[in-house]
Design a protein around this ligand. Structure first.
Ligand code: C2E
Ligand code: MG
Ligand code: MG
Length: 579
């Protein structure tokens, strides 16, 4: 029982008929027993007292201090706002018809002025239903407006509430805030652990969102792994940013599903009405653009919509259009970065894709590969990269290998092994000279097929590297189950090797672990001689990074091979000294 409905605290002091707490006690009795939905609000439109049944009817929105429009959003509608305000400002009591949301029966409420504000009686007999019918009606209404899986309000209710919220902020203040929330990596969990785990994750995620909410904030499951929160009557933008911050934090801890800890962050886009949109669709679009910005800014963060985001989106659209023709126009090319085996030998090169855009200039792969993947272009581009890299490697001394990065899209196409075998055959290169680099994200999808694919490539004689190790799941079961030849330690751990003891411990452990499994180790992003020395001392098999050689174009690579790179020799000379 809620405190004001029962009034238990005041009651127990022993009522005397005329004392104020006796009146409170009477009111409490009335509120806990009446079949009608009675509620009282103060001059700030905040809920002060309410009938027990109101909570049964309207659920979480009913808390002391809640704004009247969180319980009766209909009052925001212009059709009954004026009449409501007339009573509120001291006018005679009135029965007001509430605007009907879809699926809801017609409802009217009786509004009357009180000493402190206003009272509302919503009569349940009014609809002429028996208690059983009413119960059934409540259940049906709940089903129609709530998501079965998470219990949050559903997309339909979201649309209605958003419109109502925007109607309430007709002027410039107060603002309504829309927070669009998207789970990072949800698809991965669904694909790898199954839909049951995906559902469990959505339920847990909904719980964390619900727990972060305060008065005046309501959450919705909008679609799949997309959630939304509407905030009304708050100081903005501070309150939306505060809530976004606590939501991002709420997703920092792992979710435990079937005993497995799963890390799934949240990205959030914020937009304010009426500034960023005067109707629901506009506001959702603005929040969506802000969400996209949060995703591209590294995810696990929140961004508020601003107009310059539109410019970025337009640029991305332009890029997307011109990427479709980039391959046939010869705008894609490869750089090659040396892979160096201590003491001083270049053993091969990694092919790194670039796009020379006619107007923008050179665009790095981190910008355009995600677009190519989303647009289904990566399979074709990946094939071109492999063929181009193999042809280039044929011009090098036959001992040198070429490493080529594979995107998950190439794995999912199902024809990867055929494509690789075909290219090896056409180009006439020895398969042993090719090393394919994959990241753990590739392995997360469709695991059984992936083992087959990797095994077939292995049988062909092609070597497989696990790229960016340490940044994703770093699952040891991958090392056990997949036939890797090389493990590439991500540059994140190499960058602070000179100062960070933890990075040193991690890198040392990875090297030992890999060696124990018969896997060779390459360190990525080696930028200083001290890093190189430390790694060599720890028996790292191969080094890659700007200190040993930056990525170079095809011609410059051939020159590099002809010259003996002096820096490499210098780095290795000091290899016996510790950091
Ligand atoms: P990656 O495979 O981990 O490649 C290494 C990245 O680190 C390259 O960035 C390289 O230029 C950069 N790098 C090398 N040495 C240093 C260093 O000393 N310091 C720093 N800060 N960075 C260094 P790049 O070329 O921008 O490539 C980024 C990522 O794009 C690659 O990461 C790879 O995942 C992807 N990528 C590149 N080419 C292809 C491709 O042909 N196909 C696919 N699917 N992905 C590619
Ligand atoms: Mg790579
Ligand atoms: Mg890497």
């Amino acid at each position: 029982m809620h405190p004001k409905a029962s009034g238990a605290g005041e009651e127990s002091e022993g009522p005397s008929p005329n004392a104020p707490h006796a009146a409170e006690a009477l009111l409490a009795d009335l509120l806990s027993n009446t079949a009608d939905l009675v509620s009282f609000y103060d001059r700030d439109f905040r809920l002060t007292h309410y009938a027990a049944r109101l909570k049964g009817m309207y659920g979480g929105a009913v808390v002391q201090g809640a704004a009247i429009w969180e319980i009766y959003p209909g009052f925001l509608d212009s059709s009954c706002r004026d009449e409501f305000l007339r009573v509120f400002q001291g006018g005679s009591p009135a029965s007001i018809d509430l605007p009907r949301a879809s699926g809801e029966a017609p409802r009217s409420v009786f509004v009357f002025g009180t000493a402190n504000g206003v009272g509302i009686i919503e009569s349940r007999e009014h609809a002429g239903r028996s208690a059983a019918e009413e119960q059934e009606h409540v259940v049906l209404l709940h089903q129609a407006t709530h998501d079965v899986l998470t219990g949050l309000q559903n997309r339909r209710r979201f649309g209605e509430r958003l419109q109502q919220a925007l109607a309430a902020v007709g002027g410039s203040k107060p603002k309504a805030a829309l927070l669009q929330i998207d789970l990072d990596d949800f698809k991965t969990v669904n694909d790898t652990l199954g839909h049951g785990a995906g559902d469990a994750l959505l339920q847990l995620a909904a719980g964390r969102i619900r727990d972060a909410l305060q008065d005046g904030e309501s959450a919705y499951r909008y679609a799949g792994d997309e959630f939304a929160v509407i905030q009304l009557g708050k100081e903005q933008p501070v309150e939306a940013e505060r809530l976004a911050g606590s939501l991002v934090n709420a997703f920092k801890d792992p979710f435990v599903i079937d005993g497995i800890p799963v890390f799934v962050g949240s990205s959030i886009g914020i937009a304010f009405g009426p500034d960023h949109g005067t109707d629901g669709e506009q506001l959702m679009k603005a929040a969506d653009i802000a969400l996209y910005a949060a995703k591209t800014d590294g995810r696990g963060c929140a961004r508020t919509f601003n107009r310059s985001m539109l410019l970025l989106l337009e640029q991305r659209e332009n890029l997307r259009r011109s990427l479709r023709t980039a391959l046939e126009r010869g705008e894609l090319y490869l750089d090659y970065q040396p892979l160096v085996r201590p003491p001083s030998s270049v053993v091969g090169f990694e092919a790194l894709l670039r796009w020379r855009h006619p107007e923008v200039g050179i665009i790095p792969p981190s910008v355009f590969i995600p677009i190519a993947e989303a647009d289904g272009l990566m399979d074709e581009i990946g094939r071109w990269v492999l063929e181009q890299a193999c042809r280039q490697a044929l011009t090098w001394p036959p001992s040198l290998t070429v490493a080529v990065n594979l995107s998950p899209a190439q794995f999912l196409s199902g024809s990867l092994t055929d494509t690789v075998a075909q290219i090896v055959d056409e180009v006439g290169i020895r398969a042993e000279r090719i090393e394919l680099e994959i990241t753990e994200t590739v392995l997360l999808e469709k695991t059984i097929d992936n083992i087959d694919t990797l095994n077939t490539l292995n049988v062909l004689g092609i070597r497989i590297s696990l790229d960016d190790f340490g940044t994703y799941y770093s699952s040891l079961s991958y090392l056990k189950n997949f036939p890797f030849d090389t493990l590439k330690i991500d540059q994140y751990f190499i960058a602070d090797l000179e100062t960070d003891l933890k990075s040193q411990t991690i890198v040392r452990s990875i090297i030992n672990l890999a060696h124990g499994l018969g896997i060779s180790v390459t360190a990525e992003g080696v930028e200083t001689s001290a890093q190189a020395r430390w790694l060599i001392n720890e028996s790292c098999d191969c080094l890659q990074g700007n200190f040993l050689g930056r990525p170079l174009g095809a011609e410059a690579t051939s020159d590099f091979i002809r010259r003996s790179p002096p820096k490499v020799v210098r780095a290795m000379e000091g290899s016996n000294r510790a950091l």
